[in-house]
Ligand binder design. Structure first.
Ligand SMILES: C[S@@+](CC[C@H](N)C(=O)[O-])C[C@H]1O[C@@H](n2cnc3c(N)ncnc32)[C@H](O)[C@@H]1O
Length: 435
């Protein structure tokens, strides 16, 4: 890019940020609230339970979410959590309950009016473990390695330079920390008219990037164990809410809604012009910051001790690569080792062992909760998978072990040796996209 090209590019990006700020300031000034059934309907469509919504102050929810990142973040007591583009603070308040008085939640947003709402809600709830800061999400006012978990809901698509945001998230996360996002991403490139529409940009559609690019940018920034999954939520939820809000909804005054519903109306009109669900998706994103190498190598759980055959009722846990079903045997190009391994696990269960199987695409929390697995993913990435753990100790990595090996570790009677260890290959993994 020449000097004038890059100046023009920067100006274009600044204009977009200004458009986004203006639009969301307008929404925040309006009266959309958690007390409106239409607004609650948007949040419910994207995964919030009635019990969660009941905890919120009125001003926190404006029907602006596109998922529920806390469903994925596995936030624990005492943690430091940051919510990027927190809006009226709905995810901040829900996270504040989870971290408790020994933890802290920081909401970051660039829009004054949003922060005003968020602080009003904080005051109503009397929360002292919460703070709000004004900043753009590519320049966080936070020290390096100070955060356990970064969440965000329907914001990254609005940011022109996504790689800069992912690098900034990586900077503030502690080693082994995690990012859990809900966002809009694309299944295929948008029609040109939608791509150029300002309404579609501020409405979280045309700033979105392809799902594959989302994964690539997170990996380029330095994240490991990156999983981006389509939740299959219906994106028309916004237009349904807009219709209800403007025609029969309970937050409509005579002329009160021109500004507050203008964002939803804009999205609704864009959505009427094309089949949004064919092009875009509400996605769940989960990724880890690598742990420090030292922390991993000093971990005692890597000292694998053989399991005695006399010990009965072992618990065998399998941490699988991202797959689109629980066994990986649903797609057209199934790795032949997977049906064999599924059968071996059934056999193991028949021997009285407890068998638990998790795959990174569907149960990322299980990977995060297990400190050993989390650290291993942090250093080796998804290449370490599958990992087999018997009674809390890692007994194998990178391969699907044979029935004989499983029997040996679990201390069951040995079967006849019929199958050798096979290096795991393709199959129904998140990368093959078989489903
Ligand atoms: C779609 S709303 C989502 C709000 C909130 N996360 C929710 O689910 O209710 C987007 C929010 O992100 C904020 N935002 C957009 N771009 C931003 C940026 N570059 N830096 C900081 N905040 C931003 C807007 O001000 C707005 O509050």
């Amino acid at each position: 890019m020449g000097d004038s090209d890059s100046e023009e590019h920067a100006m274009g990006e600044n204009n977009r940020i200004d458009d986004v700020r203006d639009q969301y300031a307008g929404v925040a000034r309006g009266e959309l609230s958690n007390e409106s059934s239409s607004v609650r309907a948007v949040a419910s469509a994207f995964g919030y339970s009635a019990a969660e919504l009941d905890q919120l102050p009125a001003e926190a929810n404006m029907g602006l979410s596109c998922g529920n990142p806390l469903a994925l973040a596995d936030v624990r007591e005492g943690e430091v959590v940051v919510d990027l583009g927190c809006g009226g603070g709905m995810d901040v308040f829900l996270a504040a309950r989870k971290v408790g008085s020994s933890g802290r939640v920081i909401g970051v947003d660039m829009t004054d009016e949003m922060l005003r709402r968020a602080r009003a809600g904080q005051q109503k709830l009397g929360l002292t473990n919460v703070e709000f800061r004004q900043a753009t999400v590519d320049r966080l006012p936070l020290p390096d390695q100070s955060v356990d978990c970064v969440i965000s809901n329907c914001v990254i698509n609005l940011v022109p330079d996504k790689l800069a945001v992912f690098r900034e998230i990586l900077r503030v996360l502690k080693p082994g920390g995690r990012v859990a996002l809900s966002d809009i991403a694309l299944k295929q490139p948008l029609p040109a008219a939608v791509k150029q529409s300002v309404e579609a940009y501020v409405g979280c559609i045309s700033g979105a990037i392809l799902i594959a690019e989302y994964r690539r940018l997170l990996a380029d920034a330095g994240f490991v164990a990156v999983v981006v999954t389509d939740t299959a939520a219906d994106l028309n939820a916004y237009s349904i809410a807009s219709d209800a809000g403007c025609c029969g909804g309970d937050s409509c005054g005579p002329d009160a809604n021109a500004e507050q519903w203008s964002l939803h109306d804009g999205i609704a009109s864009v959505m009427r012009s094309f089949d949004v669900n064919a092009f875009a998706a509400s996605v769940r994103v989960h990724a880890l910051k690598p742990s420090s190498t030292q922390a991993v190598h000093s971990s005692p759980v890597f000292n694998v001790s053989p399991v005695s055959k006399e010990q009965a009722m072992k618990t065998v846990q399998i941490y699988d690569k991202p797959m689109c079903c629980s066994t990986g045997i649903c797609g057209p190009d199934v790795d032949p080792v997977l049906p064999r391994f599924a059968a071996d696990l059934d056999w193991l269960k028949g021997q009285g062992c407890q068998v638990e199987r998790y795959n990174l695409a569907q149960q990322p929390q299980a990977f995060v909760e297990n400190q050993t697995i989390r650290q291993l993913l942090g250093t080796d990435g998804v290449d370490c998978l599958p990992v087999v753990v018997v009674d809390g100790q890692i007994v194998s990595q990178k391969v699907y072990p044979s029935r004989q090996d499983l029997a040996g570790w679990a201390g069951t009677s040995q079967p006849k040796p019929v199958l050798a260890v096979v290096q795991s290959g393709g199959g129904c993994s998140g990368t093959t996209g078989c489903c």
